[in-house]
Design a protein around this ligand. Sequence first.
Ligand SMILES: Nc1nc2c(ncn2[C@@H]2O[C@H](COP(=O)(O)OP(=O)(O)O)[C@@H](O)[C@H]2O)c(=O)[nH]1
Ligand SMILES: [Mg+2]
Length: 166
Amino acid sequence: MAVKNRAMLVGSIGAGKSTLTNALLERQVEAVKTQTLIYYDWIVDTPGEYIENPLFYKNIMATALEVTHVLYLQDATRKKTIFPPSFSMGINKLPIGVITKSDSEDADVSLAIAELERVITKGPIVVTSSLKGEGLQEIRDLVKCKSLKEMKTYAEETPSDYIIFK
Ligand SMILES: Nc1nc2c(ncn2[C@@H]2O[C@H](COP(=O)(O)OP(=O)(O)O)[C@@H](O)[C@H]2O)c(=O)[nH]1
Ligand SMILES: [Mg+2]
């Protein structure tokens, strides 16, 4: 039987993980502050504390065992990234970089892409706005891919303004 593809979302407190979860699943509810792991269908929403405090990295590693993809969220309105360089290299799951809040007037999308390119050494980066619904289908499709190669082909063959492959 085929194993269902699942994605874990990681990113700072306030990066937009829970809002993105709702947008991806078309859940019409307010994002609640997550103090713990929340499983919704094919998504695992994590608390921002997991990445803000290196003591919790072990929780990220343990939860990663349950998923096929890890989404690394970078808030476009933040100048810095919370992720250490090459962080995705340490997690043996298919990486997807996600820029959030691209719609914000405070967003610096180019800077956010440059930051994420140092975190995701190889893989797709999707520019999203949960508010406007941009980049969401690209994420849903990428999570259906079974390899980096498949994600690369998808990124190259999809006429989308919101996807980059590095
Ligand atoms: N402008 C804008 N704000 C967003 C977007 N996504 C989330 N936010 C806001 O960012 C804040 C934190 O979002 P939340 O999903 O709770 O972040 P989390 O802590 O990572 O789960 C909330 O005030 C959201 O309304 C977006 O696409 N655009
Ligand atoms: Mg949350």
